[in-house]
Ligand binder design. Structure first.
Ligand SMILES: NC(=O)c1ccc[n+]([C@@H]2O[C@H](COP(=O)([O-])OP(=O)(O)OC[C@H]3O[C@@H](n4cnc5c(N)ncnc54)[C@H](O)[C@@H]3O)[C@@H](O)[C@H]2O)c1
Length: 253
């Protein structure tokens, strides 16, 4: 099989939160490996910009405005992607948010918002993609969890975020077991600190994060590409229910 093991030529993917940050880096990488990519996001201006960059790589690209917390919009999005591309091989549930607050002070609204986008959104997109993939009897679903699914970040206070990501990791295992007999694989990736807009308001913490990371730096979205290509491709054909940690060694300590 050789190098073709990682080939994505002709595969059809969607990536939620694909307009910028980690999702955009994954989208560009999937295009480099030959996949058509739908960018699923709230920010259509950035989604369209990402799609232009994808088309320059010679693949099909599509921007679909979707709030991942809205079940109807998510189901419509999957119908649109399948209608335009003719199938769905790879679903990346990556949209996520964070808000900072002490657990004792967090409003119920802020609690719910993070759980809704980060956990319910992953479930809704996985469910909609899973229905198509179960019929096809093939597909790979990849969710962006976080090292926060296994460790507690310090000094910032993000109990809702940690809880949501732990939910994503265990949901991944539950879906993997249910769908394995139908050749639908479900995995997640747990990045360490990555320099994106998500953490742009937390620059005060950067020196501490860098010092605590054994590799001596925080990551870039491009540091994650290998993991997402691996889980999307036939190279991971017997890998399901796994959580691939990519964190510069942070969670070893
Ligand atoms: N940056 C990090 O340090 C880090 C570390 C671990 C995990 N993650 C996770 O990686 C994922 C991507 O994060 P990022 O750092 O690229 O963040 P980002 O803020 O740069 O990008 C997030 C994208 O998600 C979109 N989005 C937000 N809410 C949405 C919704 N309801 N419906 C559809 N799209 C929505 C945004 O418009 C944006 O394009 C998230 O799940 C995040 O929790 C990030």
């Amino acid at each position: 099989m050789g190098i073709k093991l990682f080939d994505l030529t002709g595969k059809n993917a969607f990536i939620t939160g694909g307009a910028q940050g980690i999702g955009k880096a994954i989208a560009l990488a999937y295009a480099d490996f030959g996949a058509n990519v739908a960018i699923v996001d709230l920010d259509m201006e950035k989604a369209e910009q990402t799609c232009s960059e994808l088309r320059e790589k010679g693949v099909k690209a599509l921007a679909v405005k979707t709030d991942v917390t809205n079940p109807g919009q998510v189901d419509d999005m999957v119908r649109t992607v399948v209608g335009e591309f003719g199938g769905l091989d790879i679903a990346v549930n990556n949209a996520g948010i964070a808000n900072l607050n002490n657990a004792e002070d967090i409003s119920y609204e802020d609690w719910l918002q993070v759980i809704d986008v980060n956990l319910n959104g992953v479930f809704l997109t996985a469910r909609a993609a899973g229905k198509v993939m179960l019929q096809q009897k093939s597909g790979s679903i990849i969710s962006t969890a976080s090292m926060s699914s296994s460790i507690i970040n310090v000094p910032q206070k993000i109990a809702n975020y940690c809880a949501s990501k732990a939910g994503v990791k265990h949901l991944t295992k539950a879906l993997a077991v249910e769908w394995a007999p139908h050749n639908v694989r479900v995995n997640c990736i747990s990045p360490g600190y990555i320099g994106t807009e998500l953490v742009a308001s937390m620059t005060d913490y950067l020196p501490g994060w860098t010092e605590k990371t054994p590799m001596g730096r925080i990551g870039s979205p491009e540091d994650l590409i290998g993991a997402y290509v691996y889980l999307a491709s036939d190279a991971s054909q017997w890998t399901t229910g796994s959580d691939l940690v990519v964190d510069g060694g942070y969670t070893c300590l």
